[in-house]
Design a binder for this molecule. Structure first.
Ligand SMILES: [Zn+2]
Length: 110
């Protein structure tokens, strides 16, 4: 059984965010998204079919969504570090990080 995570944007459009193997995974993701994109509505439903799993539009959309969330999370870390002008900051020490691919600076990863 799969769980689908949906979101509804400000214009009332519904998007499939992702398909997860368990409801728990879907709900963890939903909590993350609700924290970052809090003006939007999320819900999880369950499906026994895999009919939509291979849909290219949805896969593509999901990647854009992940990117958007990474950008917002990075911006929130920069805000928390006291530098809202940065794109990203280390979640541990608060130093600036170039790019949004990570939440820790090299010193804090090692
Ligand atoms: Zn650091």
């Amino acid at each position: 059984m799969n769980c689908r995570l949906w979101r509804q944007d400000d214009n009332g459009n519904c998007f499939l965010v992702g398909i997860y193997g368990t409801r728990e995974l879907a709900e963890v993701r939903m909590a993350q998204l609700a924290r970052c994109l809090h003006r939007q509505i999320y819900w999880v439903d369950e499906t026994v079919s895999e009919e939509r799993r291979g849909d290219m539009f949805e896969v593509h959309y999901n990647e854009e969504m992940e990117q958007e969330v990474r950008r917002l999370e990075a911006r929130q870390r920069a805000d928390a570090a006291g530098h809202p002008e940065w794109d990203n900051a280390c979640i541990v020490c608060g130093s600036e990080i170039k790019g949004i691919g990570t939440d820790r600076c090299p010193a804090c990863i090692s």
